[in-house]
Design a protein around this ligand. Structure first.
Ligand SMILES: [Zn+2]
Length: 414
């Protein structure tokens, strides 16, 4: 069975006392990390070896009864062990020459930034972490009210508690089973990435750019100006800072919600989804603003896993494939300026919309690529010419997918 690892995140509503406790746990979590990192660097200076999980766990046990380390007893021991495990992995990755990741650093706190993205991870042992009547039970902390807007598909293995922009969240990783790969795939749709409409599908699906992002960004600019006027470190500065963080978080949330909505529609409307490699757009410096926003990157990633979960096929066409300005009837390539939204083919004289033509071209190229690789085969029996190495089972596909209709007002806008 194929599974996907997904994260589920919920808001927590701790009481004031609980919030303090959570913050304390976050600080202790950092404390354990720094303590163990110190130990291992000292060891390294002595004999050029590192300490790993086993030694860390022993060290924690050894330190616990000593004076000055009473806080280790108040901290959740499973969470402390989790830190040791994380550090173990970070050291392994940091010293691995192939991986080339940075060696772990100390987690620093500044007095003013005391609460900034603090987190700790609880491990569920004997049902010590569970959700009951709208409350999340955490070891040594007790029941914290949780806003569980959707059910968790599986049992809780661990739970990460995070502080972000003035709020507490609980995040769970879950293994979710994918539907088995569909034998008969219905419909193939290509999607063009676009600045005016975020996505344009070859089936006529349009998403107008969300206006709320622009609105939120104006607000963000205003807050940034406000912060720059305040004296750094003052009370009013701190207040502005928090407001700014909250606005950032809000934009992030809006973007994520929008991306989820769009990717869901895309994943449900056809079994084969073809996107264009986003790097193409970045390389063309086509619309720097849109790239920076990265809504598209988000939509691409979300669509990919959603299609896979539904048993479909997700394909990206390569960065050297041309799609913009290609006639969807005869394939003649045209050079178009950025402003040109329509064009008339020089060869066959077909008048077409630039984005729709690009989406159709992407769909065709995706189909060619998938057929050539032997991943899919047409139902009418047209065997693809060159079959390159593909060890899976070839699946049959039909073109009769769900066709989305253009809304009249979107048509006008287009
Ligand atoms: Zn043409």
């Amino acid at each position: 069975m194929i599974t996907q690892t997904l994260r589920y995140k919920y808001r927590l509503d701790p009481s004031e006392a609980q919030a303090e406790q959570l913050a304390q746990f976050g600080a202790w979590n950092r404390g354990v990390w720094n303590l163990l990192l110190c130990e291992t660097t000292q060891q390294y200076e002595k004999d050029k070896t590192f300490l790993f999980y086993k030694q860390f766990a022993d060290k924690l046990k050894e330190l616990k009864p000593q004076s000055g380390f009473e806080w280790l007893k108040s901290f959740d021991s499973a969470a402390a062990q989790q830190v040791a495990r994380d550090l173990d992995q970070a050291i392994r990755e940091g010293t691995d020459k192939v991986n080339q990741k940075a060696f772990p650093k100390h987690k620093v706190t500044y007095r003013k930034k005391k609460l900034n993205n603090d987190s700790f991870r609880c491990v569920n042992t004997n049902n010590s972490v569970r959700i009951e009547d709208g409350r999340l039970r955490l070891p040594k902390i007790g029941f914290v009210p949780i806003r569980q807007h959707r059910a968790l598909p599986n049992l809780i293995k661990s739970c990460t508690v995070i502080y972000q922009a003035g709020k507490w969240y609980a995040s769970f990783t879950q293994e979710v089973a994918c539907r088995s790969a569909k034998e008969l795939l219905k419909g193939i749709v290509g999607y063009d990435i676009n600045s005016e409409h975020t996505v344009v599908g070859s089936n006529g699906y349009y998403v107008p750019n969300p206006k709320f992002l622009k609105k939120s960004k104006d607000k963000l600019k205003q807050l940034q100006r406000q912060l720059s006027r305040r004296k750094k470190g003052s009370n009013r500065w701190n207040k502005s800072k928090l407001r700014l963080q909250k606005q950032h978080k809000k934009i992030g949330n809006q973007r994520l919600a929008f991306a989820h909505e769009v990717s869901c529609t895309i994943a449900k409307s056809s079994d084969i989804v073809v996107f264009e490699d986003l790097n193409v757009k970045a390389m063309q410096k086509w619309n720097g603003h849109m790239i920076k926003d990265n809504v598209m990157g988000l939509i691409t990633n979300l669509t990919e896993y959603k299609v896979a979960r539904l048993g479909g096929v997700f394909e990206q066409i390569g960065r050297y494939e041309r799609s913009t300005g290609v006639c969807h009837v005869c394939g003649t390539e045209h050079r178009l300026s950025l402003k040109q939204r329509h064009f008339k083919c020089l060869n066959c004289e077909e008048v077409q919309m630039r984005d729709e033509a690009a989406a159709i071209t992407i769909e065709r190229k995706g189909e060619t690529k998938l057929s050539a690789a032997g991943i899919v085969v047409h139902q009418d029996g047209l065997t693809p010419v060159a079959q390159t190495k593909f060890c899976g089972k070839t699946r049959v596909f039909t073109r009769s997918g769900v066709k989305l209709q253009l809304e009249p007002e979107q048509k006008k806008a287009a």
